[in-house]
Design a protein around this ligand. Structure first.
Ligand SMILES: [Zn+2]
Ligand SMILES: [Zn+2]
Length: 445
């Protein structure tokens, strides 16, 4: 999208999230004028996440977010947007291609009717994107990321898939036969933004709104691994699609969140990609080409001889006493990881701000550094034996970037404390790695 679009205010960001923009203020003639609502919503995301933490502690007496799970979710959100450093979003590119060549009619971009029609069209498209993402195993391999947290809070909303965007665009193409790309570009963002605030346990019931809208209550069911929750409530903004197509379920028993087979790790690339490997291995256990193919295109629970979606009764039963995976690690280490996470978040922000003036080579290098950092912090949270060595290597990379990097910190007055902290980190992990090597050697002796 465009560099010429006006930046939006925080208040507009808040209203965009709750679908409170008027057609008048959010209709544009060209794609270039469409504001980057999602990218500019970060302050709103952060503000609401902090609010949820405070209200959560006051209301329940316990934190609603853990450092390990929350940071893993936000990391997934960061990774899912890295392709945008190299290319325009798949959804919009494919859409514009079809619009340019195959459109049948041209709905007026400045009509409120077009705006409302597109809202409904994008939401219906999302329903089917989402339903296919759950019912076709190879698409589930991408979407399972969003369901891999065993917690349910606003950070869970950011736990997005890196690979899903490369398939979801297909479902919106019918709209490109009539709806101008500039109107689509607004609604594809509003649809995503709306789905942020519904990821919370603090809002119990919204009365009559529950009939029409997708709400925290309905979406909790969607994230459940209880039998009654599986493959239910796919809606984005509206829940009417689920009521219409027979996939609606009301929240009843206590919802236990996460995947049917929890992954129990914070290793970020594993969270994103493990299910592809899992499918490949499963398909290899089958003899016939038909069964091998079915592993990828039928439901994730499908087995030979079963119906298309398989039998969910075969999956592990939920008892209601499940406890989410939590590493139980030391406080100082939690603070360490938190501080380094904030530092890489600043770097991430900087790269996005400067992407137009950075070379492709630099951008690729920074993507590598961001992935290395998030992986290394995940290793620390997982308390892996190799965490010390990896973190030492990462600190070397970070010191190098700080010394020779071209990226300017938005807080120059913090440059000295940051460098001191980074140097201390490097020293700490170098000693850790060294003592680890010694103890391995001792064991070998
Ligand atoms: Zn889902
Ligand atoms: Zn969700």
């Amino acid at each position: 999208m465009a560099e010429s679009a006006e930046p939006i205010s925080v208040w507009t960001g808040v209203r965009a999230m709750f679908l409170m923009l008027t057609p008048n203020e959010s209709s544009f003639q060209t794609v270039e004028e469409v504001p980057q609502y999602v990218q500019q919503a970060s302050p709103v995301f952060i503000g609401l996440m902090l609010l949820e933490m405070v209200v959560g502690v006051l209301k329940t007496g316990a934190p609603v977010v853990t450092v390990s799970d929350g940071l893993t979710s936000i990391s997934a959100g960061m990774i899912s947007r890295l392709p945008h450093l190299l290319m325009r979003g798949c959804e919009l590119s494919a859409y514009m291609y079809v619009w340019d060549r195959y459109r049948l009619v041209e709905l007026p971009w400045d009509s409120a009717w077009t705006w409302w029609f597109t809202l409904l069209g994008v939401d219906l498209g999302y329903y089917w994107v989402h339903r296919f993402a759950h019912e076709v195993a190879i698409l589930w391999a991408a979407h399972q990321v969003h369901h891999s947290s065993e917690y349910y809070n606003l950070t869970t909303a950011l736990r997005q898939s890196l690979t899903q965007q490369f398939a979801s665009w297909i479902f919106y193409l019918p709209l490109a036969l009539a709806v101008p790309p500039s109107v689509f570009a607004v609604h594809i963002q509003l649809n995503l933004l709306y789905q942020f605030w519904i990821h919370t346990e603090l809002i119990k019931d919204l009365g009559p709104l529950e009939w029409v809208f997708n709400t925290p209550k309905h979406h909790r069911v969607h994230h459940g691994r209880n039998l009654y929750c599986i493959d239910k409530n796919y809606g984005g903004i509206l829940i009417i699609w689920d009521r219409l197509f027979g996939t609606f379920a009301q929240e009843t028993d206590k919802v236990i969140y996460g995947l049917v087979f929890p992954i129990d790790t914070f290793e970020i690339l594993y969270v994103q990609l493990h299910y592809y490997l899992c499918l490949w291995q499963r398909s290899n256990t089958y003899e016939t080409i038909g069964d091998k193919l079915s592993t990828f295109v039928k439901g994730p629970s499908w087995k030979p001889g079963k119906s298309r979606l398989g039998d969910h009764d075969d999956n592990p039963k939920v008892t209601g006493k499940e406890v989410p995976h939590d590493p139980g690690w030391s406080r100082p280490l939690q603070v360490y990881v938190l501080v380094h996470f904030l530092l890489v978040l600043l770097t991430y922000h900087d790269v996005f701000q400067n992407k137009m003036i950075l070379s492709q080579f630099t951008i690729l290098g920074m993507i590598g550094y961001i992935l290395l950092t998030l992986t290394s912090l995940g290793f620390i949270m997982d308390q892996r034996p190799t965490a010390a060595v990896l973190e030492m290597l990462r600190c070397v990379a970070m010191v190098t970037i700080l010394q020779y990097g071209y990226l300017k910190s938005p807080f120059p007055q913090l440059a000295v404390p940051i460098e001191a902290f980074v140097s201390l980190s490097l020293l700490y992990w170098a000693l850790q790695s060294f003592s680890q090597l010694l103890s391995i050697k001792k064991k070998a002796d």
